[in-house]
Design a protein. Structure first.
Ligand code: ADP
Length: 445
């Protein structure tokens, strides 16, 4: 069993991991940047080690500094959270080579899924539907033209190594392809260190639905689905479990196909398979994330599975406590991400929180690391809290979430709360049939 866990992350996810570790009687070690010295994770961990200046490349991405802290503290395992080093196969390898436990999938699987084109090919070979597109990396404009003609416009150009909603371009015409191809390669190189692109058919009115998997390296189980179509800049902002759009039959087919593929791959720990679903409920794999997701609480609330605890237990002893026969999905959960950002322009709004109040109550969960007087640093993600509502029905969860958001008060920085509240006046949101384009292109407020 793991005795001491180093958490290589910050903010709400660091606290979420810490809570499960402490519940299991595991000592916790946090690493932090100079900008985070007064943070809640630093105050609540059993031990804390400063690993460098504010900039992520000097601290939360600084592998030698993190490994030194692991050695000094005597930690026997590392949890990478999400973002930062969580999907860095090299980091996972280094952790394992140092004799520590990496809490996540094997480096081999992280590597495979980190290359979106390889992931596409593998999934196709395992019987998971993928979107029509290029069969490999597209290096030359001539190949791009031919592929685009074959599958038909619109298409989407994607960076093989892309992530976080970046490195994608929607292309509607051959002229746009000519204009964008080289720039997209250059941008991919600048942002992800690889200029490699691939092409996919662009689905115009798509839903983003994903499937959460847990595996122990032998067997994998599909835990449940999540609807994540409420997005801005290809980034999720509201998530629900289960998806209100797809039918029970589609859901079951998705869960089954993913479970089969994940079991053949012998996946370990948590993996999320993301799909686009068209208006006819055809679903197509787009990518897999080999880490805990921001939106994991909605799945936890409808299944009662503690996903982080499962991750730790699997990493400790290799056994899953979740059994397929006992798995139930009951009720409905919705998460709203509170971002410190200008709700009109979506640009970050760091600064000091002068007054703060989060509500509680029946069916309300708040995952956050901010407090009154806290200064939100400008160097990291703008998400400062997640408010999650759980109800017996979607309607009940929606009402609870609306009240909770109305009772939330954050003074000192701009947040997207006004935008989130306005969503409750939108028939599309209330109906559950909103696509990935809704928030940015159709929603007027
Ligand atoms: P990232 O890894 O950067 O999050 P994803 O491949 O998961 O990128 O895509 C993020 C979002 O971009 C999707 O949820 C969807 O809104 C949009 N998207 C990606 N691929 C397509 C596509 N082929 N057609 C339509 N929308 C897409």
């Amino acid at each position: 069993m793991i005795k001491k866990l180093l958490i290589a992350n910050r903010g709400e996810i660091a606290l979420r991991i810490m809570a499960s570790a402490k519940e299991l009687g595991i000592k916790t070690v946090i690493v932090y940047s100079e900008a985070d010295k007064n943070s809640m994770p630093v105050q609540l961990a059993d031990e804390a080690y400063c690993i460098g200046p504010a900039s992520p490349s000097d601290s939360y991405l600084n592998i030698p500094a993190i490994m030194t802290a692991a050695e000094l503290s005597g930690a026997d395992a590392i949890h990478p959270g999400y973002g930062f080093l969580s999907e860095n196969a090299r980091f996972a390898e280094i952790v394992e080579a140092s004799g520590l436990v990496f809490i996540g999938p094997s480096p081999k699987h992280i590597q495979l899924m980190g290359n979106k084109q390889e992931a596409r090919k593998t999934m196709e070979s395992l019987g998971v539907p993928i979107l029509p597109g290029s069969n490999g990396v597209i290096k030359r404009i001539g190949d791009a033209r031919r592929t685009a003609e074959k599958i038909g416009y619109p298409i989407i150009l994607k960076a093989v190594a892309g992530g976080g909603g970046r490195g994608m371009r929607i292309i509607n015409t051959p002229v746009e392809l000519e204009e964008n191809f080289t720039t997209a390669q250059r941008e991919a190189y600048m942002a992800f260190g690889s200029p490699d692109l691939y092409i996919e058919k662009y689905i115009e009115r798509a839903h983003h639905v994903e499937v959460q998997v847990i595996g122990d390296g032998k067997k994998a189980i599909s835990i449940g689905d999540r609807e994540c179509s409420m997005q801005r800049r290809h980034q999720k902002i509201v998530e629900e479990a289960p998806s209100p759009f797809i039918s029970e039959e589609t859901r079951q087919r998705m869960l089954d196909v993913v479970e089969k593929a994940a079991t053949s791959l012998k996946l370990r720990s948590l993996v999320t398979f993301e799909f686009l679903v068209d208006q006819k409920e055809n679903f197509y794999f787009i990518e897999a994330n080999t880490r805990i997701q921001v939106e994991h609480p909605v799945t936890e609330l409808v299944t009662w599975v503690d996903l982080i605890k499962e991750q730790i237990l699997i990493a400790s002893g290799g056994k899953m406590t979740t059994k397929k026969e006992n798995l139930r999905r009951i009720g409905h959960a919705i998460e709203a991400r509170i971002n410190a950002e200008d709700p009109q322009t979506f640009s970050p709004s760091p600064g000091k929180i002068h007054f703060l109040f989060f509500p509680g109550g029946n069916g309300i969960r708040v995952d956050t690391a901010v407090f009154q007087g806290y200064e939100i640093p400008p160097y990291y993600d703008s998400m400062i809290a997640k408010i999650i509502a759980y109800g017996r029905t979607r309607r009940e969860a929606l009402r609870k979430l609306e009240v909770a958001l109305k009772h939330t008060s954050i003074v000192g920085v701009k947040t997207n709360l006004p935008l989130l509240l306005k969503l409750f006046e939108s028939p599309e949101f209330l109906s559950g049939n909103y696509t990935t384009r809704f928030l940015e292109e159709e929603f007027v407020w």
